[in-house]
Design a protein around this ligand. Structure first.
Ligand SMILES: Cc1ncc(C[n+]2csc(CCOP(=O)(O)OP(=O)(O)O)c2C)c(N)n1
Ligand code: SF4
Length: 275
């Protein structure tokens, strides 16, 4: 079997990248690039739609078409792109602030419509680009620049949200296991309908040091230790309270996607009008 490098999909002239040392974003770029290579997709028929934030800058590093949009609205733009040309492969790049906090409503509706998009949502548990404020995925009691004594709120499980809203494919992996992550992204792109791949990733400058993980490696160790399979998670007493989270594939189904359902409506209209 050929070993994917992803290099045909990465703009090497844009390197070195802008992210801090130890940030997980570079690993996710590579995981997406390898998934695209394994699927043998033509970069000219792929559109990377990104929101705003550190991860939102990722579209700069791909050889594909890119649409850098407004904070929290990437899924709305991606819906427009896919509806205008359903032949395109549309990959949506969002941070947890982008996709879950300001843009949470768009996530709900993209999943409900089952738009044929693949959202790669990098969850670094805070707003990285603007100074490390708490987002909707910040764990309860975690320290951020807006929760200096610990986060009083509970966090949203993005995968559960996408699952109940009706996404066809839902998975979560961490950057500590890049090959598995790439495989999930590949499965998500290959699956028609809405796919959400949540990536647990370190923010080594803002989140780690505030939460007793001073070195980048401490955050990686934390993600590897706490991200466990569903089967293992269910055996751990008070798993959530101890900070464990599930990784793996949670949903894989083949319900009709939005554009397919829309075509059915168009045919009905033509029949009604006798065309
Ligand atoms: C409408 C709007 N509100 C706020 C901002 C400011 N802003 C820019 S990036 C960002 C946070 C991004 O956080 P996240 O999506 O988690 O991505 P990260 O930087 O952590 O990768 C915010 C609040 C903005 N650009 N637009
Ligand atoms: S601030 Fe955090 S998320 Fe942003 S580049 Fe640095 S480590 Fe990455």
């Amino acid at each position: 079997m050929k070993y994917a490098t992803g290099m045909d999909y990465i703009k090497t002239d844009s390197l070195p990248h802008m992210w801090c040392a130890g940030c997980g974003d570079g690993i996710v770029v590579r995981a997406i690039a390898c998934a695209l290579e394994n699927l043998e997709l033509d970069p000219r028929k792929i559109v990377m739609v990104s929101g705003i934030g550190c991860w939102g800058k990722a579209d700069d590093y791909f050889t594909c078409n890119a649409l850098h949009t407004t904070h929290g609205r990437a899924l709305a733009y991606a819906t427009g792109v896919k509806s205008a040309n359903p032949e395109l492969t549309v990959v949506v790049l969002m941070g947890d602030g982008d996709g879950t906090t300001i843009g949470g409503n768009h996530l709900l509706h993209a999943a409900r419509r089952n738009m044929d998009l693949t959202a790669v949502l990098v969850n670094n548990y805070n707003y990285g680009m603007t100074g490390g404020q708490a987002s909707a995925t910040t764990p309860h009691d975690a320290v951020t620049s807006t929760s200096v004594l610990g986060n009083p709120e509970r966090s949203v499980d993005v995968c559960e949200l996408a699952k109940v809203a009706g996404a066809n494919y839902v998975a979560r992996e961490t950057v500590a296991q890049g090959t598995r992550l790439s495989k999930r992204i590949q499965e998500g792109i290959a699956n028609k309908g809405f796919s959400l791949i949540e990536v647990a990733s370190p923010c080594t400058t803002l989140f780690g040091p505030r939460n007793k993980m001073r070195q980048p490696v401490d955050m990686l160790r934390w993600l590897k230790e706490k991200g466990v399979s569903e089967a293992r998670y269910d055996k751990i007493e008070d798993a959530a309270a101890q900070g464990y989270f599930k990784v793996g594939k949670f949903v894989e189904r083949t319900d009709p996607d939005f554009n397919t359902s829309y075509e059915v409506m168009r045919e009905r209209l033509q029949q009604k009008e006798g065309k």
